[in-house]
Design a protein around this ligand. Sequence first.
Ligand code: TGC
Ligand code: FAD
Length: 384
Amino acid sequence: MEKLFGLDSLLEPEEIEIRSTVRKFASDRIRPHVAQWFEEGTLPARDLAKELGSLGVLGMHLEGYDCAGMSATAYGLACLELEAVDSGIRSLVSVQGSLAMFALHRWGSEEQKQTWLPPMARGEAIGCFGLTEPDFGSNPAGMRTNAKRDGDDWILNGTKMWITNGSIADVAVVWAQTDEGIRGFVVPTDTLGFSAPEIKKKVSLRASVTSELVLDGVRLPASAMLPTAQGLRGPLSCLNEARFGIVFGSIGAARDCLETAVEYSMSREVFDKPLAGYQLTQAKIADMMLEVGKGHLLAYQLGRLKDSGGLTPEQVSTGKLNNVREAIDVARTCRTILGANGITLEYPVMRHANNLESVLTYEGTTEMHQLTIGRAMTGEAAFR
Ligand code: TGC
Ligand code: FAD
């Protein structure tokens, strides 16, 4: 990759150092175990969160409150290295840092920030982000979860669905309809009426906790509301952050598949010579290399735009749509190179491919990003 694209020339020495540190952690601490976690459908999330906190990657692009205050590009590179091992690990970090912590950092009161951000940065407290509902995924504006005033308190009722980290979270950022439109609430998960049953039988993102959130008359003080977030802009601003991490992360999964397939093709003999020696194999490898390289370039460019403060939601959609779609294509092509071996957990390829099915759907489906780009290009909103 470096030979063909010279990508490192686009990074600062400090960014390369951060990337190496995260890559080493991911290789030493996660890679040896992740296939087993995936097979068993488990994740030692509490221990991992503390280790990821010590590594400094939780909310690493946020300033203050014990967060590392790194560049957006550095954060992207960390996501890339974590997802090169498994999308579920990047998801743990995305939901903690880009969704739950970002929501508090951007929209929270000083008291909410002081209470939650330092322990979340250290991985001692885990957060989740409840936007999606059983009947409202792509169209969160239709959500039914509601918060009603009772004196100074709020009473929350409703159900959220497909919530990463839900059943292990200490705090949930929950979005709900109110008389003043959609507002965000900071819900300690030990509040009476809150429960988070885990969703089982997934065949994707198995090394990740996914849950329903049930809010049954959850009573919260007035101070639980995020004071400055009003309307859908609140949650959608958080999605921009997480989608940015996925622009980088998905290309990490693709890189891992490609490296695995190239190595495999050099050792696997078919018709009396290595698979790598056939033109059809080389065409696959060359085409995939182009997409993985271009995906890096796009990610780095969006990183620079974000670091200079000029990244738009449409640009984030461009990166998320392209890089996840290409990553899943690369994973599937790599699987063909591995033949039958490709369908096992002995190799990471099919695990990545299965994970990327979720990544293609969450944080805005392919179609939502196509419609966002279509709107930017034509001025016509075709969502409804
Ligand atoms: P629309 O009328 O376009 O906008 C409503 C208000 O929001 C503002 N806005 C944004 N603000 C910040 N960032 C964005 N990306 C924004 N997009 C829109 C907009 O300016 C407006 O503000 P205001 O002040 O004028 O009211 O809203 P719409 O109802 O037409 O919806 C647009 C659409 C479809 C693009 C949006 O609903 C959408 O993105 N849908 C997809 C939902 C989604 O992605 N859900 C993800 C849930 S979280 C998750 O999946 C976590 S996965 C785990 C992991 O990350 O690892
Ligand atoms: P739907 O909205 O029902 O869409 C179904 C299909 O219809 C899609 O292909 C979609 O693109 C298409 N479609 C919808 N509208 C249109 C249209 N107007 N035109 C054309 N096609 C359309 N959510 C959270 O809030 N927090 C989380 O932490 C979280 N974690 C997740 C983890 C996992 C593993 C998964 C799988 C999902 C997670 N989600 C989370 C939910 C995720 O954001 C939603 O699944 C996603 O937004 C899509 O919603 P949906 O599944 O309801 O699909």
